[in-house]
Write a protein that binds this ligand. Structure first.
Ligand SMILES: Nc1nc2c(ncn2[C@@H]2O[C@H](COP(=O)(O)OP(=O)(O)OP(=O)(O)O)[C@@H](O)[C@H]2O)c(=O)[nH]1
Ligand SMILES: [Mg+2]
Length: 479
């Protein structure tokens, strides 16, 4: 059975926002009660959180579909719907989050680091919140927005200070077992290690982590052996240790050739060139091994390597090795910018510019794209004429009608708001704006009002615009 999984595809869905409620206050002997429909609750987010007690992505391999709960709808009597509960997914330290195209969204390092993988939908405003001086009794409410749905890829890149690389059976796991308290599987056949092992080493006052990866062989970059797949786990290390077997019985191998082969594979993998390297000549408890080690040491030193002769069996040379590694790790940590050592690198999604675009497509459809118009469309109950009218007012106020006109749209032309996949398409009625003007604002009847001079109307319109923005921004935690 698989017990270690270091790459999974995860489908996350945040909760939908609850719908706003349209309701009118009723009380005995008070026939003119105002609107009292409450706002819908926010949908829950899906949040990834680094939990150091989690070491594998196995759980997500078994159940890759995760959903947060929806917000509850608002109710009459000004009762707001309850927010949905966030879904918190624990992930191992060093989890890299990518979208399905391979773009890195977040690199989660350090206990407690969080990333919102899918944002809950906003709740819709109830008619109480939509009421204003000029729209006293709205007969509609806004719909809750659907929560984000995302396909993401989680990849675990172990966060170790020191990475051991080398041929199968060079003794990498044996070294971890004697340098740390970790007890990885050790055996005299190649590819004993199928997943990276991690150990914690204490040398003096320095504590660092050490990881091995499954053995590499010539052609690993073409997928031979276990391939280079696991090298992602060494990407974050501050020092690479070449573990060379001085006592191999294979005739065509010797430590220097082994080193060249592994270096060629590392080069093929890429991105590791600037990592400091040291060489460990292992198995010097075997007499032939010791002779060979002594013979090649000058060669290695001439190439610029620091060389350590050790034995995982007799434990010779281990103390020097672990203190030398501690020194390099401490140096690397000191050189690293503070926050980079523990913080995440998040590439936030593009922040909305509050604008919109109008483009004429080949099929004669005018497409409107923009965060606000698209959101407003999602919030609209198209079965309610008043709600549709409110949408028209909002679009008009943002200047969408004007831009459509400028782009050459005529009455009856198709207008699509939103992306190809989920656009709302309708026949454009330029009278929407004029009509709205003529009929007065939603929720009021112009026949009941005294005619206003043009300048007054302009001022009122500006006031309304400000009010509309305020009313929305006040409620909206993300805007
Ligand atoms: N004599 C001697 N044998 C060793 C030494 N270190 C490891 N071995 C033996 O070499 C064999 C391979 O050791 P492992 O630690 O499993 O090697 P590895 O590099 O992790 O191998 P893979 O996981 O297959 O890549 C085992 O039989 C070990 O007992 C050593 O210092 N001296
Ligand atoms: Mg091993």
């Amino acid at each position: 059975m698989t017990t270690f999984v270091d790459r999974v595809e995860l489908h996350v869905a945040a909760g939908n926002g609850g719908h706003g409620c349209a309701s009118v206050h009723r009380e005995k002997f008070k026939p003119l009660g105002g609107p009292d429909g409450g706002n819908g609750g926010r949908g829950g987010d899906v949040i990834l959180v680094v939990d150091q007690s989690v070491t594998t992505l196995l759980d997500y391999h078994h159940s890759p579909h995760r959903k947060a709960t929806n917000g509850k709808p608002g109710e009459g009597g000004n009762r707001s719907g309850k927010d949905g509960t966030d879904l918190v997914l624990p992930v191992p330290d060093g989890t890299v989050v990518q979208d399905k195209h391979g773009n890195v969204l977040a690199d989660l390092v350090g206990h407690g680091t969080r990333f919102i993988a899918a944002q809950g939908g906003r709740g819709g405003l109830g008619n109480a919140a939509l009421a204003s001086a000029r729209r006293k009794a709205p007969g509609f409410a806004l719909l809750g927005e659907p929560g984000d749905v995302q396909d993401i890829v989680l990849e675990l890149k172990t966060v170790a200070d020191v990475a051991l690389v080398g041929y199968p059976s060079a003794g990498k796991s044996s070294l971890i077992s004697v340098l740390s308290a970790a007890k990885p599987k050790i055996a005299d056949y190649p590819f004993t290690t199928l997943v990276p092992n991690l150990g914690v080493v204490t040398a003096g006052s320095t504590v660092y982590t050490i990881a091995d990866v499954p053995g590499l062989i010539p052609g690993a970059s073409q997928g031979k052996g276990l391939g280079l797949e696991f090298l992602r786990h060494v990407e974050r290390c501050s020092v690479l240790v070449h573990v060379l077997d001085t006592a191999t019985l294979e005739s065509e191998r010797d430590p220097l050739t082994d080193l060249d082969v592994i270096e060629a594979e590392l080069k093929e993998y890429g991105g590791l060139d600037n990592r400091p390297r040291i060489v460990v000549l292992n198995k010097v408890d075997i007499p032939d091994g010791r002779d060979l080690a002594e013979m090649i040491r000058p060669d290695l030193e001439a190439r610029g390597y620091r060389v350590f002769e050790v034995s995982a069996v007799s434990r010779e040379g281990l103390k020097e090795l672990s203190f030398a590694l501690a020194g390099i790790v401490a140096e690397a940590r000191a050189a690293k910018p503070k926050e980079e050592a523990t913080r995440i690198v998040i590439r936030p999604k593009a922040v909305d510019d509050a604008g919109f675009t109008v483009t004429l497509e080949h099929d004669g459809i005018y497409r409107v794209r923009g965060e606000k118009p698209e959101r407003w469309v999602r919030q609209t109950d198209f079965n309610n004429d008043e709600a549709v009218g409110y949408l028209a007012d909002r679009l008009n106020r943002l200047g969408v009608e004007e831009e459509l006109m400028k782009a050459g749209a005529r009455a009856g032309d198709g207008v699509a708001i939103g992306s190809e996949e989920d656009a709302v398409v309708f026949d454009w009625e330029p009278s929407m704006a004029a009509g709205a003007e003529m009929l007065g604002r939603r929720g009021e009847d112009h026949r009941l009002e005294a005619p206003r001079p043009a300048a007054q109307r302009r001022r009122d319109r500006q006031a309304e615009r400000d009010e509309a923005d305020q009313e929305y921004e006040g409620f909206d935690p993300f805007a």
